[in-house]
Structures are given as structure tokens and as C-alpha cells.
Design a protein around this ligand. Structure first.
Ligand SMILES: [Zn+2]
Length: 351
């Protein structure tokens, strides 16, 4: 069999996917469909990097990978896509993932996006995607994904992991319950454990990502009858595995029953977000722009220590560290107060 992506013909394609084609659930026709598909991975941390690697190896032809963060040493214990060099050089995760995928499977077209996913870009990001995989770490983004995917009828696969516990559910808009049918509201802030308060072990990441990726392969090859059709929960430390039947879509659901997509309509005001448990706040500029790092570094040099590469600039002052990305989005470390972060942003970066 001959596989083509764009104009590139693959010599090794027949060998490369031979074991997957042998598998009855996929076969040659399924492999072609995977090759012609585009998956969107939102958040390329632990779950996202496991998803990206698996989908690239499986031959999903186009991978759009969105992440707002860069690689740090504390990621390496579970974020299997990244290396010590990525952390030392503070490479943005989306770029690092694309670099590694190019080495794993050069036939895959990756579309790395260094961006904070929000109401202003989510609908653009899911455009032309056949499936969306959740690799995020917060409910706000998940409701945003849910709204956009229900509105545009794109299948998406929810997934989360903390400690040794994980959960996943596949949403087929208007066919199965959406996230809001099952969880009407996000858990209140500071009540749910996070990876930074409760820690996380890698095996649960692999379990959740494995189920998400398998569901993606079923969806992309048109094998919907094989979907697990449940809310799946796992605890690999307590040895618990559960499949909960979520029933039909709720007739009361604002999202899928009434077509109200509140998170997409949000006013552009809230441009700051506390980054869960990391003693850091992210500030987004009201208007995206393109920062000239050289001249910004020049301006900041008198006020503290400045370093920059092609992707970001890092500035240290007192107890704070400010990382500025090309679009002027910044992560301010050393505080969990939006107010303080906004003030530092205004002081040093300006808007
Ligand atoms: Zn719903």
C-alpha cells in the first residue's frame, strides 16, 4: 500500500503501519482514513504529549497542537514527549512536541500553536479538525472546548488526571451527553485537588491517554459502535476501575439542548488567569501583538536580569520572574494574585 501526504510519497509506509493494518478494527481502509485526518490536541502537558506521540505513531496525518507554556524540569517525570534539553532551553511545549514528532514520524504534518486557548481563538482552532483531544488541566478550558465542539458538531474526548486518579468521556455532540450534561458546573476553585497540590504519577496519565487515543482512532476510522459510551474512571493506586453510564443527552442542558454557548460569548475583559498551584499568573494582552524582544530586553536591562531566545523573554526582578511570549502574553511567577501580576505587567511590559 502506498500512503501519501501532500506530495510526499512514503517508501516505508507499508512496513511502518503493517501491524496496525493487520489489526481487524483498523485495516487498510482505516489506515487511509487516519492518514487523511486532522486531530487537535489542546494542552500539551502530560496527557497531551502522550496523545500526540501515540497519534503520530499511528499515522494520523495532521496534528494541530496548542499549548501556552514552555518545558520545565518538573514536567519531565510524566510529560514523556520532552527532554532535559527542552527544559534547559525553555522551549515552548507545542514547538518541542512538533520537533520530536518530526523525528518519530516525518510523514506527519504538525501545526504547533503557542497560544492560550480562549473564547477568541477556540472556534478558529477547531476548524477543519476531525476530533479534539483534551490535554488541559482546568475546567474553564474544558467548558470552552465543549461549547465550541457542540456548536460546530466536532467530536471531542474529555480527559483528566490527578494523583493516581483519572477520568475520560467521549462527546459526540447531540448524540451523546456533553460535558455540561454530566457536570453542570465546574468544581469551585480551591476545592478540587490539582497536580500541584496532590501530585500525579505517570501511569495514570498513560491509562487516560490510552483510552482517549483509542477512542480517537475509533472515531477517525468510523467505528463508532466500538466507543465505550461511558464516563470511565480509574484509580491505579487503589485498583479501582469504573464505567458509569451517563444516560442520554440532558433535555435541560443549556449547551446541547438550548444551544447557549456562554463561554464563547465571554467579554474580552478577563485576560488574567491564576495558573493552578504554580504560584504564577498569566496575563494576556487585550490585543495580540508582536513583541520585539531585543528592544524590550534593552528597556528591561536596568531593572533586572534579562534573557531571551526566539520564542520568549525571561526577566527577573526581586522575587518575581516574568516570562514574555511573542504575542505579549506573559507568565508572572512569584505571585498568585492577579492584582500583583497585573501591576508587574503594567510596570514592565505595558499594554
Ligand atoms: Zn449537554
Amino acid at each position: 500500500m502506498k500512503l501519501e501526504i501532500g506530495n510526499q510519497k512514503s517508501e516505508i509506509a507499508g512496513e511502518r503501519y503493517s501491524r496496525q493494518i493487520l489489526f481487524g478494527g483498523i485495516g487498510e481502509a482505516g489506515q487511509r482514513r487516519l492518514n487523511d485526518s486532522r486531530a487537535l490536541i489542546i494542552g500539551c502537558g502530560a496527557l497531551g504529549s502522550a496523545q500526540a506521540e501515540a497519534l503520530a505513531r499511528a499515522g494520523v496525518g495532521r496534528l494541530r497542537i496548542v499549548d501556552r507554556d514552555f518545558v520545565e524540569a518538573s514536567n519531565l517525570q510524566r510529560q514523556t514527549m520532552f527532554t532535559e534539553r527542552d527544559a534547559a532551553e525553555r522551549i515552548p511545549k507545542a514547538v518541542a512536541a512538533a520537533n520530536h514528532i518530526a523525528e518519530i514520524n516525518s510523514e506527519i504534518a504538525t501545526e504547533p500553536e503557542i497560544a492560550d486557548v480562549n473564547h477568541s481563538n477556540i472556534e478558529q482552532l477547531i476548524k477543519n479538525c476531525d476530533v479534539v483531544l483534551d490535554g488541559t488541566d482546568n475546567f474553564a478550558t474544558r467548558y470552552l472546548i465543549n461549547d465550541a465542539c457542540v456548536k460546530h458538531e466536532v467530536n471531542w474526548i474529555y480527559g483528566a488526571a490527578v494523583g493516581s486518579y483519572g477520568v475520560t468521556m467521549t462527546v459526540r455532540p447531540h448524540q451523546t451527553p456533553c460535558l455540561r450534561c454530566v457536570f453542570e458546573e465546574a468544581p469551585p476553585a480551591a476545592t478540587a485537588p490539582t497536580c500541584d497540590t496532590a501530585g500525579v504519577i505517570m501511569p495514570i496519565i498513560n491509562v487516560v491517554a490510552a483510552v482517549q487515543v483509542t477512542e480517537a482512532l475509533k472515531l477517525l476510522t468510523g467505528r463508532n459502535e466500538q466507543l465505550h459510551q461511558s464516563l470511565m474512571q480509574f484509580d491505579v493506586w487503589r485498583n479501582e476501575w469504573r464505567k458509569i453510564n451517563p444516560g442520554p443527552p440532558s433535555s435541560e442542558c443549556p449547551t446541547c439542548a438550548f444551544g447557549r454557548f456562554e463561554t464563547l460569548d465571554a467579554v474580552a475583559g478577563e485576560a488574567a488567569a491564576v495558573m493552578c498551584g504554580r504560584d504564577a499568573v498569566q496575563i494576556s494582552p487585550l490585543k495580540p501583538t508582536r513583541v520585539d524582544f531585543e528592544s524590550l530586553a534593552e528597556r528591561l536591562r536596568g531593572a533586572g536580569e534579562v534573557k531571551f531566545n526566539d520564542y520568549l523573554l525571561r526577566f527577573r526582578t526581586g522575587d518575581y520572574e516574568v516570562t514574555v511570549f511573542q504575542d505579549a502574553r506573559s507568565i508572572i511567577r512569584g505571585t498568585d494574585e492577579i492584582k500583583t501580576a497585573r501591576s508587574l505587567y503594567a510596570k514592565y511590559i505595558g499594554n
